[in-house]
Design a protein around this ligand. Structure first.
Ligand code: NAP
Length: 293
C-alpha cells in the first residue's frame, strides 16, 4: 500500500453545468481551458437537465461529491430550494448561477453574474462615481446588474430601469430597495426613457435585443441620444459587436461587450471552486480561437 502523501494539489473531480439548453454554452470551453492552464485536474461537463429532474440532479451532485457546479436557464431560481445556504448576493438577486461547498459542508448557492457584471466597470470607476446610469430590461441579468451597481461603491446619483413591462421593473426596484441607500432607483416605461438615456454616463442593455439570430434589434433606436463620455455596455455577447454598441460607438461612446461579463462571472465561479484566479488571458484566447473555428 502506498502511504506517501499525494503530490496532486487538487484531486481530480467533476464540475457540472445544469441547464437546458446547454449545447452552445461557452462555459465548458472557458473552465476546461483554465483547469488545463493551471494543472487543476477538474473536468467541466455540461448536463441537459429538465425542470422536473433538477432536484435529482442536485442530489446526484451531492452523492458523487462534485467539486461544484454552474446553474443556468431555466434553473437559476428553482435551484434555491435544493441548497443548504445562499451567499448574501445570491439571496439579494434571488437567483443562483454557482454551487460550491462551504468549509462546514454546506452546498451553497452564489450569484457570480453580479461580480462578472462589475469586472469591466471597476477599472473605469472614475467615469461613474456620482453619475447616472440606465439599464434596459428588468429580468435576471438586470437584477444582477442593479444589485451590482447599488453595492459597487460608485455611489450613482440616479439608476433608471427602462422596461417594456414597467411592473416587472417596479418589483425589481422594490426587492432591491434595501440596497438603495441613496434613493437612486427610478423606473420609466421604455418609450419614455429619452431624457434618462441622454443624461446617463452608463447605458446597459440587459434585454436580448440585438442577439443572434436578430442582430438588427436594439434596446434604443434613436442613436442621436448617445454621446461621447458614455459607457455603452451590452450584456449580449453573440454577436460581439451588436447594433447598440456599434451605434453608441459611432456617437463617441465607449463600447463594452457582453463577453467581459461572461468571463468575469466565470472567473468568480472558478475562484469559488479552486481558490485561484482564473487565467483569463488563456480563456480569452480560447474564446477567440473558438470564434474563428
Ligand atoms: P430575462 O430574465 O428573460 O429578461 C429579459 C428582459 O428583456 C425582460 O425585462 C424582458 O421584458 C426584456 N425584453 C425581452 N424582449 C424584449 C423586447 N423585444 N423588447 C423590450 N424588452 C424585451 O433574460 P436575462 O436572463 O435577464 O438575459 C437578458 C440578456 O442578457 C440575454 O441576452 C442574455 O444572453 C444576456 N446575459 C448575458 C450575460 C453575460 O454574462 N454576458 C449573463 C446573463 C444574461 P419583459 O419582462 O417585458 O418580457
Amino acid at each position: 500500500m502506498n502511504n506517501r502523501p499525494s503530490k496532486i494539489a487538487h484531486p481530480g473531480s467533476l464540475v457540472a453545468l445544469l441547464g437546458r439548453p446547454v449545447a452552445h454554452s461557452l462555459s465548458p470551453l472557458m473552465h476546461n481551458t483554465a483547469f488545463r492552464a493551471q494543472d487543476v485536474s477538474h473536468v467541466y461537463v455540461a448536463f441537459e437537465v429538465a425542470p422536473q429532474a433538477l432536484g435529482e440532479a442536485v442530489a446526484g451532485l451531492r452523492a458523487l461529491g462534485l467539486a461544484g457546479a454552474n446553474v443556468t436557464v431555466p434553473h437559476k431560481e428553482a435551484v434555491v430550494e435544493h441548497l443548504d445556504a445562499l451567499t448574501e448576493r445570491a439571496e439579494a438577486v434571488g437567483a443562483v448561477n454557482t454551487l460550491f461547498w462551504k468549509k462546514n459542508g454546506a452546498l451553497t448557492g452564489d450569484n457570480t453574474d453580479a461580480a462578472g457584471f462589475l469586472a469591466p466597470l471597476e477599472p473605469r470607476s472614475d467615469r461613474l462615481r456620482g453619475r447616472n446610469a440606465l439599464i434596459f430590461g428588468a429580468g435576471g441579468a438586470a437584477r444582477a446588474a442593479t444589485y451590482a451597481l447599488l453595492t459597487s461603491g460608485f455611489a450613482l446619483r440616479r439608476l433608471t430601469l427602462a422596461a417594456r413591462t414597467p411592473s416587472r421593473a417596479e418589483r425589481l426596484a422594490a426587492d432591491l430597495a434595501p440596497f438603495d441607500e441613496k434613493g437612486a432607483l427610478a423606473v420609466v416605461p421604455e418609450g419614455e426613457a429619452g431624457e434618462a438615456v441622454r443624461s446617463a454616463h452608463l447605458l446597459v442593455n440587459a434585454t436580448p435585443l440585438g442577439m443572434e439570430p436578430d442582430p438588427e434589434g436594439t434596446p434604443w433606436s434613436d442613436a442621436s441620444d448617445f454621446s461621447g463620455g458614455q459607457l455603452a455596455y451590452d450584456l449580449v455577447y453573440a454577436p460581439r459587436e451588436t447594433r447598440f454598441l456599434h451605434e453608441a460607438e459611432r456617437q463617441g461612446a465607449t463600447p463594452i461587450g457582453g463577453l467581459e461579463m461572461l468571463v468575469g462571472q466565470a472567473a468568480a465561479s472558478y475562484r469559488r471552486w479552486t481558490g485561484r484566479d482564473m487565467p483569463t488571458g488563456a480563456v480569452r484566447q480560447a474564446l477567440r480561437e473558438h470564434r474563428r473555428a
